[in-house]
Design a binder for this molecule. Structure first.
Ligand code: UD1
Length: 429
Protein backbone atom coordinates (compact mmCIF):
# COMPACT_ATOMS: atom_id res chain seq x y z
CA UNK A 1 0.00 0.00 0.00
CA UNK A 2 1.33 3.41 -0.93
CA UNK A 3 1.55 5.92 1.87
CA UNK A 4 2.16 9.63 2.15
CA UNK A 5 2.80 12.17 4.88
CA UNK A 6 0.31 14.92 5.58
CA UNK A 7 2.44 17.79 6.90
CA UNK A 8 0.81 20.77 8.60
CA UNK A 9 2.76 23.91 7.85
CA UNK A 10 3.96 26.96 9.78
CA UNK A 11 5.64 24.73 12.33
CA UNK A 12 8.62 25.48 14.54
CA UNK A 13 10.56 22.39 15.64
CA UNK A 14 11.52 22.50 19.31
CA UNK A 15 12.96 19.81 21.54
CA UNK A 16 15.47 17.00 21.34
CA UNK A 17 15.82 14.21 18.83
CA UNK A 18 18.02 11.11 18.92
CA UNK A 19 20.37 10.03 16.16
CA UNK A 20 21.43 6.38 15.93
CA UNK A 21 23.89 4.49 13.72
CA UNK A 22 24.52 5.63 10.16
CA UNK A 23 22.68 3.89 7.34
CA UNK A 24 25.70 4.26 5.10
CA UNK A 25 27.90 2.59 7.66
CA UNK A 26 25.50 -0.07 8.96
CA UNK A 27 24.87 -1.53 5.50
CA UNK A 28 28.59 -1.80 4.75
CA UNK A 29 29.40 -3.24 8.19
CA UNK A 30 26.92 -6.01 7.46
CA UNK A 31 28.98 -6.75 4.33
CA UNK A 32 32.20 -6.59 6.39
CA UNK A 33 30.82 -9.40 8.57
CA UNK A 34 31.08 -11.71 5.52
CA UNK A 35 34.86 -11.56 5.88
CA UNK A 36 34.94 -13.72 9.03
CA UNK A 37 33.37 -17.05 9.83
CA UNK A 38 31.31 -16.92 13.03
CA UNK A 39 29.08 -14.56 14.96
CA UNK A 40 29.34 -10.80 14.41
CA UNK A 41 27.28 -8.42 16.54
CA UNK A 42 26.45 -4.91 15.37
CA UNK A 43 24.93 -2.42 17.81
CA UNK A 44 23.42 1.08 17.41
CA UNK A 45 21.84 -0.19 14.18
CA UNK A 46 19.17 2.05 12.62
CA UNK A 47 15.62 0.68 12.35
CA UNK A 48 15.23 1.35 8.63
CA UNK A 49 14.00 -0.56 5.58
CA UNK A 50 17.42 -0.72 3.89
CA UNK A 51 18.87 -2.78 6.76
CA UNK A 52 16.10 -5.36 6.24
CA UNK A 53 16.91 -5.60 2.52
CA UNK A 54 20.61 -6.04 3.28
CA UNK A 55 19.73 -8.74 5.84
CA UNK A 56 17.78 -10.61 3.16
CA UNK A 57 20.69 -10.35 0.75
CA UNK A 58 23.05 -11.83 3.35
CA UNK A 59 20.60 -14.62 4.20
CA UNK A 60 20.68 -15.67 0.55
CA UNK A 61 24.46 -15.89 0.85
CA UNK A 62 23.99 -18.40 3.68
CA UNK A 63 24.29 -16.02 6.65
CA UNK A 64 21.89 -16.40 9.59
CA UNK A 65 20.75 -12.87 10.41
CA UNK A 66 18.81 -11.97 13.56
CA UNK A 67 17.55 -8.42 13.64
CA UNK A 68 16.29 -6.69 16.77
CA UNK A 69 16.23 -3.22 15.27
CA UNK A 70 14.09 -1.73 18.01
CA UNK A 71 16.97 -2.67 20.29
CA UNK A 72 19.46 -1.53 17.63
CA UNK A 73 21.05 -4.97 17.30
CA UNK A 74 21.94 -7.22 14.37
CA UNK A 75 23.52 -10.62 14.91
CA UNK A 76 25.08 -12.20 11.84
CA UNK A 77 26.25 -15.80 11.88
CA UNK A 78 28.50 -16.35 8.88
CA UNK A 79 29.17 -19.93 7.73
CA UNK A 80 32.53 -21.34 6.64
CA UNK A 81 31.39 -21.55 3.04
CA UNK A 82 29.37 -18.60 1.74
CA UNK A 83 27.35 -18.07 -1.42
CA UNK A 84 28.57 -15.76 -4.14
CA UNK A 85 25.54 -14.31 -5.86
CA UNK A 86 23.64 -11.08 -5.12
CA UNK A 87 20.42 -11.16 -7.16
CA UNK A 88 19.12 -8.26 -9.23
CA UNK A 89 15.85 -8.26 -7.30
CA UNK A 90 17.68 -7.17 -4.13
CA UNK A 91 20.45 -5.08 -5.69
CA UNK A 92 17.81 -3.05 -7.54
CA UNK A 93 16.18 -2.23 -4.19
CA UNK A 94 19.48 -1.38 -2.55
CA UNK A 95 22.40 0.00 -4.52
CA UNK A 96 24.60 -0.37 -1.42
CA UNK A 97 24.45 -4.13 -1.94
CA UNK A 98 27.37 -3.62 -4.34
CA UNK A 99 29.45 -3.57 -1.15
CA UNK A 100 29.31 -7.37 -0.93
CA UNK A 101 31.52 -7.48 -4.04
CA UNK A 102 34.86 -7.00 -2.27
CA UNK A 103 34.14 -9.34 0.67
CA UNK A 104 32.82 -12.11 -1.59
CA UNK A 105 35.82 -12.09 -3.92
CA UNK A 106 38.15 -12.05 -0.92
CA UNK A 107 36.35 -14.83 0.94
CA UNK A 108 34.75 -17.01 -1.75
CA UNK A 109 37.12 -16.27 -4.64
CA UNK A 110 34.14 -15.28 -6.75
CA UNK A 111 31.29 -12.78 -6.71
CA UNK A 112 28.34 -12.40 -9.06
CA UNK A 113 26.67 -9.12 -8.15
CA UNK A 114 23.82 -7.72 -10.20
CA UNK A 115 24.59 -4.35 -11.74
CA UNK A 116 22.33 -1.69 -10.25
CA UNK A 117 20.03 -0.12 -12.83
CA UNK A 118 21.51 2.72 -14.86
CA UNK A 119 25.10 1.65 -14.38
CA UNK A 120 27.39 0.03 -16.91
CA UNK A 121 30.95 -0.97 -16.38
CA UNK A 122 33.28 1.46 -18.07
CA UNK A 123 30.82 4.25 -17.49
CA UNK A 124 30.52 6.27 -14.31
CA UNK A 125 29.25 4.04 -11.57
CA UNK A 126 31.28 0.90 -11.06
CA UNK A 127 34.47 1.44 -13.05
CA UNK A 128 36.56 2.31 -9.99
CA UNK A 129 35.25 -0.71 -8.08
CA UNK A 130 36.18 -3.00 -10.98
CA UNK A 131 39.58 -1.41 -11.63
CA UNK A 132 40.49 -1.68 -7.94
CA UNK A 133 39.66 -5.38 -7.77
CA UNK A 134 41.51 -6.01 -11.03
CA UNK A 135 44.58 -4.34 -9.57
CA UNK A 136 44.30 -6.80 -6.66
CA UNK A 137 44.43 -9.68 -9.14
CA UNK A 138 40.74 -10.40 -9.76
CA UNK A 139 39.36 -10.96 -13.24
CA UNK A 140 36.24 -8.82 -13.68
CA UNK A 141 33.67 -8.98 -16.48
CA UNK A 142 29.99 -8.43 -17.11
CA UNK A 143 27.67 -11.30 -17.99
CA UNK A 144 23.88 -11.27 -18.19
CA UNK A 145 23.51 -8.10 -16.14
CA UNK A 146 25.95 -9.25 -13.45
CA UNK A 147 29.38 -8.04 -12.53
CA UNK A 148 31.40 -11.23 -12.18
CA UNK A 149 34.68 -11.06 -10.29
CA UNK A 150 36.87 -14.13 -9.85
CA UNK A 151 40.15 -14.66 -8.06
CA UNK A 152 40.71 -18.42 -7.98
CA UNK A 153 44.28 -18.05 -6.75
CA UNK A 154 43.40 -15.37 -4.23
CA UNK A 155 44.07 -11.64 -4.20
CA UNK A 156 47.47 -9.97 -3.90
CA UNK A 157 48.43 -6.54 -2.64
CA UNK A 158 48.85 -3.70 -5.13
CA UNK A 159 49.38 0.06 -5.49
CA UNK A 160 46.04 1.67 -6.35
CA UNK A 161 45.23 5.28 -7.04
CA UNK A 162 41.58 6.26 -7.37
CA UNK A 163 40.82 8.87 -10.05
CA UNK A 164 38.07 10.15 -7.78
CA UNK A 165 37.57 9.48 -4.03
CA UNK A 166 34.52 7.26 -4.53
CA UNK A 167 33.00 6.10 -1.25
CA UNK A 168 31.77 2.76 -2.60
CA UNK A 169 34.97 1.94 -4.49
CA UNK A 170 37.15 2.81 -1.47
CA UNK A 171 35.07 0.47 0.66
CA UNK A 172 35.11 -2.44 -1.76
CA UNK A 173 38.86 -2.21 -2.32
CA UNK A 174 39.50 -1.93 1.42
CA UNK A 175 37.29 -4.93 2.21
CA UNK A 176 39.09 -7.01 -0.44
CA UNK A 177 42.61 -5.86 0.42
CA UNK A 178 42.42 -6.96 4.08
CA UNK A 179 42.57 -10.61 2.97
CA UNK A 180 44.97 -10.11 0.02
CA UNK A 181 48.56 -11.39 0.15
CA UNK A 182 51.00 -8.59 0.93
CA UNK A 183 50.66 -4.83 1.11
CA UNK A 184 48.07 -2.68 -0.65
CA UNK A 185 48.43 1.09 -0.85
CA UNK A 186 45.33 3.02 -1.88
CA UNK A 187 45.74 6.71 -2.75
CA UNK A 188 43.07 9.39 -3.10
CA UNK A 189 40.62 7.36 -1.02
CA UNK A 190 37.35 8.71 0.32
CA UNK A 191 37.64 9.91 3.93
CA UNK A 192 34.03 9.80 5.11
CA UNK A 193 33.50 8.88 8.79
CA UNK A 194 31.65 5.77 7.58
CA UNK A 195 34.87 4.55 5.93
CA UNK A 196 36.76 5.17 9.12
CA UNK A 197 34.07 3.13 10.87
CA UNK A 198 34.58 0.21 8.46
CA UNK A 199 38.34 0.40 9.04
CA UNK A 200 37.81 0.36 12.82
CA UNK A 201 35.62 -2.73 12.59
CA UNK A 202 38.07 -4.48 10.26
CA UNK A 203 40.91 -3.66 12.64
CA UNK A 204 39.02 -5.17 15.56
CA UNK A 205 38.62 -8.31 13.41
CA UNK A 206 42.40 -8.55 13.04
CA UNK A 207 42.97 -6.55 9.84
CA UNK A 208 46.09 -4.40 9.59
CA UNK A 209 45.11 -0.97 8.27
CA UNK A 210 47.06 2.30 8.56
CA UNK A 211 45.95 5.79 7.66
CA UNK A 212 42.17 5.31 7.82
CA UNK A 213 40.53 8.72 7.62
CA UNK A 214 43.39 10.17 5.54
CA UNK A 215 43.73 10.12 1.75
CA UNK A 216 46.28 7.27 1.72
CA UNK A 217 45.37 3.97 3.29
CA UNK A 218 47.89 1.15 3.63
CA UNK A 219 46.68 -2.39 4.24
CA UNK A 220 48.84 -5.37 5.14
CA UNK A 221 46.88 -8.46 4.22
CA UNK A 222 46.22 -11.21 6.79
CA UNK A 223 45.16 -14.84 6.20
CA UNK A 224 42.06 -14.84 8.31
CA UNK A 225 39.81 -12.44 10.25
CA UNK A 226 37.71 -13.16 13.33
CA UNK A 227 34.18 -12.00 14.06
CA UNK A 228 33.70 -9.04 16.37
CA UNK A 229 31.20 -6.80 18.14
CA UNK A 230 31.01 -3.27 16.80
CA UNK A 231 28.97 -0.14 17.48
CA UNK A 232 27.89 1.74 14.33
CA UNK A 233 29.09 5.37 14.03
CA UNK A 234 26.26 7.94 14.48
CA UNK A 235 24.47 9.02 11.31
CA UNK A 236 25.90 12.38 10.30
CA UNK A 237 23.37 12.78 7.48
CA UNK A 238 20.42 12.18 9.81
CA UNK A 239 22.06 14.57 12.31
CA UNK A 240 22.54 17.13 9.53
CA UNK A 241 18.91 16.67 8.52
CA UNK A 242 17.82 17.73 12.01
CA UNK A 243 20.27 20.64 12.00
CA UNK A 244 18.73 21.94 8.78
CA UNK A 245 15.18 21.16 9.92
CA UNK A 246 15.80 23.26 13.05
CA UNK A 247 17.30 26.16 11.07
CA UNK A 248 14.68 26.05 8.30
CA UNK A 249 11.73 26.07 10.73
CA UNK A 250 13.55 28.66 12.88
CA UNK A 251 13.25 26.24 15.76
CA UNK A 252 15.48 24.98 18.56
CA UNK A 253 16.62 21.36 18.41
CA UNK A 254 19.22 19.37 20.32
CA UNK A 255 20.50 16.47 18.21
CA UNK A 256 21.28 13.83 20.80
CA UNK A 257 24.06 11.51 19.60
CA UNK A 258 24.99 13.85 16.75
CA UNK A 259 28.73 14.36 16.21
CA UNK A 260 29.44 18.00 15.35
CA UNK A 261 32.98 17.23 14.07
CA UNK A 262 31.43 15.11 11.32
CA UNK A 263 29.40 18.12 10.16
CA UNK A 264 32.00 20.87 10.29
CA UNK A 265 31.11 22.40 6.93
CA UNK A 266 27.27 22.41 7.26
CA UNK A 267 27.30 23.62 10.88
CA UNK A 268 29.79 26.41 10.10
CA UNK A 269 27.52 27.60 7.27
CA UNK A 270 24.48 27.60 9.53
CA UNK A 271 26.37 29.50 12.24
CA UNK A 272 27.56 32.11 9.71
CA UNK A 273 23.99 32.45 8.47
CA UNK A 274 22.84 33.58 11.90
CA UNK A 275 21.80 30.35 13.60
CA UNK A 276 22.92 29.47 17.09
CA UNK A 277 25.07 26.33 16.81
CA UNK A 278 26.61 24.83 19.92
CA UNK A 279 28.00 21.55 21.14
CA UNK A 280 26.17 20.02 24.07
CA UNK A 281 27.13 17.20 26.39
CA UNK A 282 24.99 14.77 24.42
CA UNK A 283 25.47 16.09 20.88
CA UNK A 284 24.81 19.53 19.44
CA UNK A 285 22.09 22.16 19.27
CA UNK A 286 20.90 24.32 16.37
CA UNK A 287 18.49 27.14 17.11
CA UNK A 288 17.08 30.36 15.75
CA UNK A 289 15.98 32.11 18.94
CA UNK A 290 12.50 33.63 18.69
CA UNK A 291 12.56 37.32 17.87
CA UNK A 292 15.93 37.13 16.06
CA UNK A 293 16.37 37.92 12.36
CA UNK A 294 15.51 35.38 9.68
CA UNK A 295 18.71 33.42 8.89
CA UNK A 296 20.42 34.34 5.62
CA UNK A 297 20.71 32.18 2.51
CA UNK A 298 24.18 30.81 1.68
CA UNK A 299 26.09 29.60 -1.38
CA UNK A 300 27.31 26.05 -1.08
CA UNK A 301 28.95 23.43 -3.31
CA UNK A 302 28.92 19.71 -2.53
CA UNK A 303 32.30 17.98 -2.24
CA UNK A 304 33.75 14.71 -0.95
CA UNK A 305 34.20 14.65 2.85
CA UNK A 306 35.14 16.85 4.69
CA UNK A 307 33.36 19.10 2.19
CA UNK A 308 29.64 19.75 2.23
CA UNK A 309 27.85 16.36 1.79
CA UNK A 310 25.78 15.81 -1.34
CA UNK A 311 23.25 14.00 0.84
CA UNK A 312 22.51 17.29 2.63
CA UNK A 313 22.17 19.26 -0.60
CA UNK A 314 18.34 18.94 -0.75
CA UNK A 315 18.16 20.35 2.78
CA UNK A 316 20.40 23.30 1.86
CA UNK A 317 18.04 24.02 -1.04
CA UNK A 318 14.99 23.88 1.21
CA UNK A 319 16.70 26.10 3.76
CA UNK A 320 17.67 28.65 1.08
CA UNK A 321 14.13 28.60 -0.31
CA UNK A 322 12.88 30.29 2.87
CA UNK A 323 16.04 32.07 4.06
CA UNK A 324 16.74 35.77 3.65
CA UNK A 325 18.35 36.60 0.29
CA UNK A 326 19.57 34.87 -2.85
CA UNK A 327 22.03 32.01 -3.06
CA UNK A 328 23.42 29.30 -5.29
CA UNK A 329 23.73 25.59 -4.55
CA UNK A 330 26.16 23.62 -6.74
CA UNK A 331 26.09 19.83 -7.01
CA UNK A 332 29.49 18.36 -7.85
CA UNK A 333 29.05 14.68 -7.03
CA UNK A 334 25.96 13.43 -8.78
CA UNK A 335 24.23 14.45 -11.99
CA UNK A 336 20.49 15.06 -12.05
CA UNK A 337 20.19 15.34 -8.30
CA UNK A 338 17.89 18.34 -8.35
CA UNK A 339 14.46 16.74 -8.23
CA UNK A 340 13.96 18.51 -4.92
CA UNK A 341 14.25 21.87 -6.67
CA UNK A 342 11.44 21.00 -9.08
CA UNK A 343 9.18 19.92 -6.23
CA UNK A 344 10.12 23.01 -4.19
CA UNK A 345 8.93 25.10 -7.14
CA UNK A 346 5.51 23.39 -6.77
CA UNK A 347 5.55 24.66 -3.18
CA UNK A 348 6.04 28.20 -4.40
CA UNK A 349 9.82 28.44 -3.96
CA UNK A 350 11.64 30.82 -6.28
CA UNK A 351 14.21 28.39 -7.77
CA UNK A 352 16.03 28.20 -11.09
CA UNK A 353 17.98 25.13 -12.14
CA UNK A 354 20.89 25.69 -14.50
CA UNK A 355 23.02 22.60 -15.10
CA UNK A 356 24.53 21.62 -11.79
CA UNK A 357 23.59 24.93 -10.11
CA UNK A 358 20.36 25.99 -8.45
CA UNK A 359 19.66 29.66 -7.73
CA UNK A 360 17.13 30.50 -5.04
CA UNK A 361 15.57 33.76 -3.90
CA UNK A 362 14.21 33.10 -0.43
CA UNK A 363 10.56 33.74 0.37
CA UNK A 364 9.31 33.90 3.97
CA UNK A 365 6.73 31.13 3.56
CA UNK A 366 6.08 28.39 0.99
CA UNK A 367 2.63 27.34 -0.13
CA UNK A 368 1.38 23.84 0.78
CA UNK A 369 0.78 21.42 -2.12
CA UNK A 370 1.09 17.73 -3.05
CA UNK A 371 4.70 16.78 -3.88
CA UNK A 372 6.54 13.57 -4.62
CA UNK A 373 9.74 12.15 -3.06
CA UNK A 374 12.27 10.77 -5.52
CA UNK A 375 14.87 9.50 -3.07
CA UNK A 376 15.55 9.32 0.66
CA UNK A 377 16.96 12.80 1.09
CA UNK A 378 14.69 14.65 -1.32
CA UNK A 379 11.70 13.07 0.44
CA UNK A 380 12.85 14.16 3.89
CA UNK A 381 13.72 17.64 2.57
CA UNK A 382 10.21 18.02 1.12
CA UNK A 383 8.73 17.16 4.51
CA UNK A 384 10.85 19.95 6.02
CA UNK A 385 9.60 22.24 3.23
CA UNK A 386 6.04 21.32 4.16
CA UNK A 387 6.74 22.53 7.70
CA UNK A 388 7.47 26.02 6.36
CA UNK A 389 4.52 26.22 3.96
CA UNK A 390 1.08 27.58 4.65
CA UNK A 391 -1.80 25.10 4.80
CA UNK A 392 -0.76 21.48 4.48
CA UNK A 393 1.57 19.56 2.18
CA UNK A 394 1.11 15.98 1.05
CA UNK A 395 4.45 14.24 0.51
CA UNK A 396 4.10 11.06 -1.61
CA UNK A 397 6.60 8.27 -2.17
CA UNK A 398 7.50 8.06 1.50
CA UNK A 399 8.83 4.50 1.15
CA UNK A 400 12.00 6.36 0.10
CA UNK A 401 12.10 8.19 3.45
CA UNK A 402 11.55 4.91 5.35
CA UNK A 403 14.69 3.55 3.68
CA UNK A 404 16.85 5.95 5.64
CA UNK A 405 15.05 7.54 8.60
CA UNK A 406 13.73 5.51 11.55
CA UNK A 407 10.06 6.60 12.12
CA UNK A 408 10.59 10.07 10.66
CA UNK A 409 7.08 11.27 11.44
CA UNK A 410 7.29 10.11 15.05
CA UNK A 411 10.51 12.09 15.54
CA UNK A 412 8.90 15.16 13.93
CA UNK A 413 5.86 14.88 16.19
CA UNK A 414 8.12 14.70 19.23
CA UNK A 415 9.47 18.11 18.12
CA UNK A 416 5.96 19.56 18.00
CA UNK A 417 5.15 19.13 14.30
CA UNK A 418 1.84 17.81 13.05
CA UNK A 419 2.81 15.09 10.56
CA UNK A 420 0.76 11.95 9.96
CA UNK A 421 1.24 8.91 7.77
CA UNK A 422 -1.81 8.01 5.70
CA UNK A 423 -2.74 5.87 2.68
CA UNK A 424 -1.92 7.55 -0.62
CA UNK A 425 -5.14 6.70 -2.39
CA UNK A 426 -4.61 9.34 -5.04
CA UNK A 427 -1.67 7.51 -6.56
CA UNK A 428 -2.21 6.15 -10.09
CA UNK A 429 0.26 3.88 -11.83
C1 UD1 B 1 27.79 6.88 -1.15
C2 UD1 B 1 26.55 7.04 -0.31
C3 UD1 B 1 25.67 8.16 -0.83
C4 UD1 B 1 26.48 9.45 -0.97
C5 UD1 B 1 27.75 9.20 -1.78
C6 UD1 B 1 28.67 10.40 -1.86
C7 UD1 B 1 26.08 4.82 0.47
C8 UD1 B 1 25.16 3.66 0.47
N1 UD1 B 1 25.79 5.82 -0.31
O1 UD1 B 1 27.36 6.47 -2.45
O2 UD1 B 1 24.60 8.36 0.10
O3 UD1 B 1 25.68 10.40 -1.64
O4 UD1 B 1 28.50 8.13 -1.18
O5 UD1 B 1 28.99 10.86 -0.59
O6 UD1 B 1 27.04 4.84 1.22
N2 UD1 B 1 31.64 7.01 -9.47
C9 UD1 B 1 32.31 6.64 -10.61
N3 UD1 B 1 32.87 5.38 -10.68
C10 UD1 B 1 32.80 4.50 -9.66
C11 UD1 B 1 32.13 4.89 -8.49
C12 UD1 B 1 31.55 6.15 -8.43
O7 UD1 B 1 32.39 7.38 -11.56
O8 UD1 B 1 33.33 3.37 -9.80
C13 UD1 B 1 30.98 8.33 -9.42
C14 UD1 B 1 29.48 8.18 -9.21
O9 UD1 B 1 28.79 8.00 -10.43
C15 UD1 B 1 29.13 9.48 -8.56
C16 UD1 B 1 30.38 9.81 -7.73
O10 UD1 B 1 31.42 9.02 -8.28
O11 UD1 B 1 28.92 10.49 -9.51
C17 UD1 B 1 30.23 9.54 -6.24
O12 UD1 B 1 30.01 8.18 -6.04
P1 UD1 B 1 30.47 7.38 -4.72
O13 UD1 B 1 31.36 8.25 -3.90
O14 UD1 B 1 30.99 6.06 -5.15
O15 UD1 B 1 29.12 7.21 -3.97
P2 UD1 B 1 28.40 5.90 -3.50
O16 UD1 B 1 29.37 5.00 -2.79
O17 UD1 B 1 27.60 5.32 -4.62
Amino acid sequence: MRERFRVVGEARLVGEVPVVGAKNSALKLMAVALLAEGRTILTNMPDIADVRVMAELLRRLGVTVDLDLEGGIAVLDVPGVIGRRADYELVRALRASISVLGPLVARAGEADVAIPGGDAIGSRGLDLHAAGLEALGAEVHVAHGYLVATAPRGLRGAQIRLDFPSVGATENILMAAVLARGRTTIDNVAREPEIHDIARMLTSMGARIHGAGTSRVVVDGVDVLSPTEHRVVPDRIAAGTWAFAAATTRGDVEVVGGVAEHLTSPLALLADAGCLVEQTERGFRVAVPEGTARPTAFDVATLPYPGFPTDLQPFALTYNAVADGSAMVTENLFEARFRTAQELARLGADVQVDGHHVMTHGVPLLSGAPVQSSDIRSGAALVVAGLVADGYTLVGGIHHIDRGYPSFEVALRSLGADVVREPDDEWFE
